[in-house]
Design a protein around this ligand. Sequence first.
Ligand SMILES: [Fe+2]
Length: 195
Amino acid sequence: MLDSQAEVLLTALRVKSPLTYEHCVRVAEMVDLLARELHFGDEPTLELSTAALLHDIGKMTIPTRILSKADELNEGEFFRMQGHARMGHALLSRLHGFDQVAWIVRHHHERWDGEGYPNGLAGAEIPLASRVIHLADAVDAMLHPRSYKSAYPMEWVLGELNRCRGSQFDPHMVDVATAWLEEQLRAPQKLRKAA
Ligand SMILES: [Fe+2]
């Protein structure tokens, strides 16, 4: 069950940015399903589920004019947006009992090759839970349209996951996720369709 502190934060995010909130809910659903495939256990840990729901909570600190900008961000805005991972950690680490969740959220944009942010962690240095969220976050972003880009079909998403296997994404996680996503193509009832 979601902690009441997390519920308050999610409600605030829903008001600030409904699109970000909806993305977080979808990512959390996908993370729960992926975690089972990755043998995190029959029930994914509460920390993982909570971190998935709150992974973009740092966007609360991003000005709405940047967060809701219809066009692509300029360099300065992009840099500011990247700060949401660090700000998410700063927000969550102030809550009682959220140290682990804060740590997972901080690293959800790290890449397997060390080219991510905010700390440039690489490989197994990146918390496992952060790697799961990173992959689900990317899949959801590709499957859903934004004002500046179209939604991509699942076949294209699968190609991207494999192209970025071992660079952006944990290779083992790509193998497990692509097998699971291919199953979704055949029996898509588990995963919400792109809106
Ligand atoms: Fe993010």
